[in-house]
Every structure is written in structure tokens, then in C-alpha cells.
Ligand binder design. Structure first.
Ligand code: SF4
Length: 426
């Protein structure tokens, strides 16, 4: 009997921001409001034509959706009429479950009454607030426009409006951060009583101004006040301890939630359920259509162009900037390096049911080696990262990735960006 295809998660990218935060390495920026209209029209055309996009990639179109996630960028920067238009397109093309988790990322201070009303009217039931730090000096240093008071006020406003499912994003490693200021930020987050907190470690790469400055050893963007690696690791461990003690159990490397409040949408990435992304730099993973499935292909991945200009100017087919197939062997690698992000780990019995013993034989040695190094552990039929393995998770994941040529257009990068999800957004 064939396994039924799971409901999809839908990701909507809104790449507009009021200012560009210095640490941000996402495909977002400050654009003229005149571009919003054209962008939303194109986004909606893609959503309505989603079945054709899937067919063009030889993927199966999954109409059932049980999670929707608006990220970016700052989705709440859009006028209420645009948000309404996007939801109308989504509900016209997809069968959105009545109990779907519908999340919108929001920069504190951007939740005006009109936007809040339209979010509620459209069925939004979860908000992710990009607080990053409750210390005003730290938020200001990286270009955030809000204050601690504004963030705390937003939590109250959301609760009064009936949205209790709130996530707060925090970043360990911001300029001027100390163990003391970090504990204060954690205390503030805990004191709000929100059921979900995400903790990311500052990413240092050339895709952000702060990252570039750090790599160059300079002092712009307060780079010389960024904590060193040891302190950042300590901040992460403090977060794990304090959040868990406050009833927000860690369920993924960067995510903590009270029971039943884990992010359904993000779990799709880590458990390899289908998802469909729309807009700039959005990525999709869908089951293969009949032909690729017969050829032993497990999934089809594709991603949209990562600049607004490319997204708006490209023809329909050209907007897909990268596309690749995932072999059965590749699917096993993904199950391991994505599933191990979760504290519950990977169900080895399920892997044995799904993959041939010949294929699994290659992983046994790697697992044994990582266990002997104290990075992995067995808990019944589950294989999990140890606490030390969580700190060195990239090294563990690299063990499971077979060296092979990167697919054209960098879908590997897309996997890193969207499923490894080590950077903050919004
Ligand atoms: S971190 Fe968020 S708000 Fe800041 S520039 Fe990036 S996407 Fe925009």
C-alpha cells in the first residue's frame, strides 16, 4: 500500500524591510513602496498557477496544506489590502486545513491596528516576533528599530487580540552582548509567558555587512564588540538551561517550546514533509511526479531567484533559479542530518523500514564513529545528538553528506538556508 502524501507547508516570502539589519544575510532589503504592488501581483499569479509550476518541475502538486508561513523580510510592512489579496490566492489554490497553523513574522513595532485586524480576518493564529535582543543598546547596534518596551507591548497587544501562539526570536552573539545582558533578555522572554522561543547564533559570512566586517577584522557596525566564539557558545548553553527550566523544552537545535506549541511549519523541513515556497528566494520540496518516481527519485527541490529584480523581470519558467532531484540515497542523508536537528532524533526502526539494508550499511560505520566521539547517542530506537554534538552539529551533519558536485544553482545552499535554519529572519 502506498503511503499517502502528507499535507504541504506553504512559505510566502515578503522581501521588504524598513531598514536592513547589519547581521541580515537574507534576500531582503529596503525597496520603494511602488514595488509592493508588482511583487504581490506576481506572487499571487504564482500561487494561483502553483499546479503548473509543480508540473513544470515534474513534481506532484500537493493541494492539501496544513501550515502557512509568511517570512521575509517583514511581511507586516505590506498594506492590509495586499495581505488580503495573498490569502485569497492561497485559499483559491490550496485546500487549507481548518486547523492550519498560520504564522506571520513580524518586526516589533510594525503591528498597527489595521494590519492586526486583517491578519485576524485572514486566519493568522501564530506570530513570530523578531526581537533578537531585549537590550536596547544591542538592538540599536544592529539596526533594529524597536525597543524592549515596544516588543513587550506587542506581546500584550497580540494576546488581547486573541493570538497567544507567539514566538520570540533571539540572537546570541550580537555586538555588546554579555552573559549578564543575555540572561536579562532571556528573563524578559520568559516573563512574557510566550510558548515558543527561537535562539540563533550570529552567522558570520560575507552575505551581511556585519559578517563581512568581522571577517575583515574591522570595527564598523560595532564588529569589535561582538562576543568571541567561546562566549557565544556559553550564551547558547545558558539559553538551553534557562528556557528548559522555564518549561520551554528544547525540541530542535534553535527552538524551544512548551508542550504542543512546536512549530508545525518548521517541523516539515526537518521531517522532510512537502513544502511549497513562493516569492523571492523561496524554496520548495515536493514528491516527484510519476516519471521521476519510477526512476527512483525521492523528491524534487526547486528555488526562486534570490533578488527582487530577477523575480519581477523573469518569465514564468526563468523565475525558478535552481532545481534538482533528490535520489533515494540523498533522501537517507537528509533524513539523518535534518532529523538529528530534533532533540527526539531519528527513528532508526523507521529508517530500516524505508531504506534497503545495503543503503543503510554505509551509515552504520559513521554512526558508530560519532557515538564513540561522544557526539551521537542511542536512546532506544532513536539516534540523537548529545549536548556536545548539538554544539558541534555542523561537523556531525557533514559526516552524513556524501561529497558530490553541488547542483546547478545551489539548491544545497537552499537546504542550508531553509532547513538548517541557523540564521534569524525578520
Ligand atoms: S533581519 Fe529581518 S528585519 Fe532585519 S533586514 Fe533581515 S529580514 Fe529585514
Amino acid at each position: 500500500m502506498e503511503t499517502p502524501v502528507a499535507a504541504a507547508g506553504i512559505y510566502i516570502s515578503v522581501p521588504f524591510c524598513k531598514t536592513k539589519c547589519t547581521y541580515c544575510n537574507f534576500a531582503s532589503g529596503v525597496f520603494s513602496k511602488a514595488k509592493y504592488r508588482a511583487y504581490v501581483d506576481q506572487l499571487c499569479a504564482d500561487i494561483v498557477g502553483a499546479h503548473e509550476i509543480a508540473a513544470g518541475q515534474q513534481a506532484e502538486f500537493v493541494a492539501a496544506a496544513d501550515s502557512i508561513y509568511f517570512g521575509g523580510g517583514t511581511p507586516t510592512i505590506l498594506p492590509a489590502s495586499h495581505i488580503r489579496q495573498i490569502f485569497a490566492a492561497l485559499r483559491a489554490r490550496f485546500d487549507v486545513a481548518r486547523d492550519a497553523e498560520i504564522t506571520v513574522e513580524c518586526a516589533p513595532g510594525t503591528l498597527g491596528p489595521e494590519v492586526l485586524d486583517v491578519l485576524l480576518a485572514c486566519g493568522v493564529n501564530r506570530i513570530s516576533l523578531g526581537v533578537q535582543s531585549f537590550a536596547d543598546e544591542e538592538a540599536r547596534a544592529v539596526g533594529r528599530l524597536h525597543t524592549r518596551d515596544a516588543a513587550l507591548r506587542d506581546v500584550e497587544v497580540l494576546r488581547r487580540a486573541g493570538i497567544a501562539d507567539i514566538n520570540l526570536d533571539l540572537i546570541a552573539g550580537l555586538p555588546h552582548q554579555s552573559a549578564q545582558s543575555w540572561q536579562q533578555s532571556l528573563d524578559d522572554a520568559i516573563s512574557t509567558g510566550v510558548p515558543h522561543v527561537s535562539v540563533y547564533m550570529l552567522e558570520v559570512d560575507e552575505d551581511s555587512r556585519l559578517g563581512t566586517e568581522l571577517l575583515a577584522g574591522g570595527a564598523r557596525y560595532h564588529a569589535h564588540h561582538v562576543p568571541d566564539d567561546d562566549l557565544i557558545a556559553e550564551l547558547y548553553e545558558i539559553a538551553c538551561e534557562r528556557l528548559s527550566a522555564a518549561g520551554l523544552a528544547q525540541y530542535e537545535i534553535s527552538n524551544f517550546a512548551s508542550r504542543g506549541h512546536e512549530s508545525r511549519h518548521n517541523l516539515k523541513y526537518w521531517t522532510r514533509q512537502p513544502y511549497f515556497g513562493f516569492g523571492v528566494d523561496a524554496h520548495s520540496m515536493l514528491p516527484p511526479g510519476p516519471e521521476p518516481a519510477r526512476a527512483g527519485i525521492d523528491a524534487i527541490r526547486f528555488g526562486m531567484g534570490d533578488t527582487l529584480e530577477a523575480f519581477l523581470s523573469a518569465g514564468n519558467a526563468a523565475r525558478i533559479a535552481a532545481s534538482s532531484t533528490v535520489s533515494i540515497e540523498g533522501a537517507l542523508e537528509e533524513e539523518l542530518f535534518l532529523g538529528l536537528r530534533l532533540n527526539r532524533g531519528v527513528d532508526l526502526a523507521a529508517l530500516r523500514r524505508r531504506y534497503s539494508s545495503a543503503l543503510l550499511a554505509g551509515t552504520h560505520q559513521k554512526i558508530a564513529k560519532l557515538c564513540s566521539h561522544g557526539l551521537l547517542q542511542h536512546a532506544g530506537i532513536q539516534l540523537q545528538l548529545t549536548p556536545r554534538g548539538r554544539l558541534l552539529s555542523n561537523e556531525v551533519f557533514a559526516e552524513f553528506l556524501a561529497p558530490r558536485a553541488a547542483p546547478a544553482g545551489g539548491v544545497t545552499d537552499a537546504r542550508a538556508r531553509h532547513e538548517l535554519h541557523t540564521a534569524p529572519v525578520g
